[in-house]
Design a binder for this molecule. Structure first.
Ligand SMILES: [Zn+2]
Length: 139
Protein backbone atom coordinates (compact mmCIF):
# COMPACT_ATOMS: atom_id res chain seq x y z
CA UNK A 1 0.00 0.00 0.00
CA UNK A 2 1.43 3.31 -1.05
CA UNK A 3 1.49 6.27 1.28
CA UNK A 4 1.32 9.94 0.57
CA UNK A 5 2.97 12.87 2.29
CA UNK A 6 0.43 14.84 4.31
CA UNK A 7 2.07 18.13 3.45
CA UNK A 8 3.04 18.00 -0.18
CA UNK A 9 1.14 14.99 -1.47
CA UNK A 10 4.27 13.26 -2.68
CA UNK A 11 3.99 9.48 -2.87
CA UNK A 12 6.38 7.77 -0.46
CA UNK A 13 7.40 4.14 -0.10
CA UNK A 14 6.06 1.99 2.73
CA UNK A 15 8.25 2.25 5.82
CA UNK A 16 9.67 5.65 4.90
CA UNK A 17 9.78 7.95 7.92
CA UNK A 18 10.32 11.26 6.17
CA UNK A 19 9.09 12.64 2.87
CA UNK A 20 11.88 12.71 0.27
CA UNK A 21 10.48 15.82 -1.31
CA UNK A 22 9.72 18.13 1.64
CA UNK A 23 11.19 16.29 4.64
CA UNK A 24 7.95 16.15 6.62
CA UNK A 25 7.45 13.17 8.94
CA UNK A 26 5.19 10.54 7.42
CA UNK A 27 2.24 9.49 9.53
CA UNK A 28 0.07 6.43 9.21
CA UNK A 29 -2.97 8.52 8.39
CA UNK A 30 -4.23 8.30 4.81
CA UNK A 31 -3.24 10.95 2.33
CA UNK A 32 -5.03 14.23 2.83
CA UNK A 33 -5.14 17.45 0.87
CA UNK A 34 -2.25 19.80 1.49
CA UNK A 35 -3.03 21.92 4.55
CA UNK A 36 -1.60 25.15 5.66
CA UNK A 37 0.59 24.06 8.56
CA UNK A 38 1.29 27.62 9.61
CA UNK A 39 -1.71 27.40 11.93
CA UNK A 40 0.18 24.80 13.97
CA UNK A 41 3.22 26.98 14.41
CA UNK A 42 3.49 29.49 17.20
CA UNK A 43 3.13 33.08 16.19
CA UNK A 44 6.25 34.97 17.31
CA UNK A 45 5.60 37.18 20.32
CA UNK A 46 2.50 35.31 21.33
CA UNK A 47 3.01 33.59 24.65
CA UNK A 48 1.18 30.35 25.13
CA UNK A 49 -0.29 30.75 28.58
CA UNK A 50 -2.17 27.99 30.34
CA UNK A 51 -5.89 28.59 30.35
CA UNK A 52 -7.16 28.95 33.88
CA UNK A 53 -10.67 27.64 34.14
CA UNK A 54 -13.15 29.38 36.36
CA UNK A 55 -13.96 26.22 38.26
CA UNK A 56 -13.48 26.05 42.00
CA UNK A 57 -11.14 23.20 42.83
CA UNK A 58 -11.69 23.04 46.56
CA UNK A 59 -15.28 21.94 47.08
CA UNK A 60 -18.44 23.98 47.08
CA UNK A 61 -19.11 27.34 48.72
CA UNK A 62 -20.92 27.18 52.03
CA UNK A 63 -24.09 29.25 52.13
CA UNK A 64 -23.69 32.48 54.11
CA UNK A 65 -27.24 32.47 55.48
CA UNK A 66 -26.77 28.92 56.77
CA UNK A 67 -23.53 29.89 58.56
CA UNK A 68 -25.13 33.02 60.06
CA UNK A 69 -28.21 31.10 61.21
CA UNK A 70 -26.11 28.38 62.79
CA UNK A 71 -23.80 30.84 64.59
CA UNK A 72 -26.77 32.84 65.93
CA UNK A 73 -28.49 29.69 67.18
CA UNK A 74 -25.32 28.53 68.97
CA UNK A 75 -24.83 31.98 70.53
CA UNK A 76 -28.44 31.94 71.76
CA UNK A 77 -27.61 28.92 73.96
CA UNK A 78 -25.13 31.01 75.96
CA UNK A 79 -27.63 33.81 76.48
CA UNK A 80 -30.21 31.59 78.18
CA UNK A 81 -33.56 33.42 78.39
CA UNK A 82 -32.22 36.40 76.47
CA UNK A 83 -31.39 33.86 73.73
CA UNK A 84 -34.78 34.71 72.26
CA UNK A 85 -33.14 37.80 70.76
CA UNK A 86 -30.73 35.59 68.78
CA UNK A 87 -32.88 32.46 68.39
CA UNK A 88 -35.51 34.27 66.29
CA UNK A 89 -33.07 35.71 63.68
CA UNK A 90 -31.11 32.43 63.97
CA UNK A 91 -34.22 30.49 62.96
CA UNK A 92 -35.04 32.91 60.14
CA UNK A 93 -31.48 32.89 58.76
CA UNK A 94 -31.32 29.09 58.97
CA UNK A 95 -34.58 28.67 57.03
CA UNK A 96 -33.40 31.16 54.36
CA UNK A 97 -30.02 29.38 54.33
CA UNK A 98 -31.63 25.99 53.76
CA UNK A 99 -33.62 27.27 50.76
CA UNK A 100 -30.79 29.44 49.42
CA UNK A 101 -28.26 26.60 49.65
CA UNK A 102 -30.49 24.29 47.61
CA UNK A 103 -31.26 27.01 45.08
CA UNK A 104 -27.60 27.82 44.50
CA UNK A 105 -26.35 24.25 44.95
CA UNK A 106 -24.15 25.36 47.80
CA UNK A 107 -23.05 23.51 50.91
CA UNK A 108 -24.52 24.32 54.31
CA UNK A 109 -27.81 22.43 54.29
CA UNK A 110 -26.70 20.37 57.30
CA UNK A 111 -25.58 23.56 59.02
CA UNK A 112 -28.93 25.22 58.26
CA UNK A 113 -30.91 22.22 59.58
CA UNK A 114 -28.77 22.22 62.75
CA UNK A 115 -29.44 25.96 63.07
CA UNK A 116 -33.21 25.44 62.69
CA UNK A 117 -33.23 22.66 65.32
CA UNK A 118 -31.03 24.53 67.84
CA UNK A 119 -32.80 27.88 67.48
CA UNK A 120 -36.17 26.11 67.55
CA UNK A 121 -35.28 24.44 70.87
CA UNK A 122 -33.86 27.71 72.24
CA UNK A 123 -37.03 29.52 71.18
CA UNK A 124 -39.20 27.04 73.13
CA UNK A 125 -36.85 27.05 76.14
CA UNK A 126 -36.71 30.86 76.18
CA UNK A 127 -40.48 31.23 75.92
CA UNK A 128 -40.98 28.67 78.73
CA UNK A 129 -38.37 30.40 80.88
CA UNK A 130 -40.03 33.78 80.37
CA UNK A 131 -43.49 32.24 80.99
CA UNK A 132 -42.29 30.71 84.26
CA UNK A 133 -40.63 33.99 85.27
CA UNK A 134 -43.77 36.00 84.50
CA UNK A 135 -45.98 33.41 86.20
CA UNK A 136 -43.70 33.44 89.28
CA UNK A 137 -43.93 37.23 89.41
CA UNK A 138 -47.71 37.11 89.70
CA UNK A 139 -47.85 34.37 92.32
ZN1 LIG B 1 6.28 15.98 1.40
Amino acid sequence: MAKFCQYCGNEVAEGTLYCEKCGSPIQDAPAQPVQNNQTVQNIPGQVNQPVYQNVAVTGKKTNGFAITGFVLSILSIFLCCAGLVLAIPGLIFSIIGLKDASNKGEDGKGLAIAGIVVSGIMLVVSVLYIAIYVFAAFV
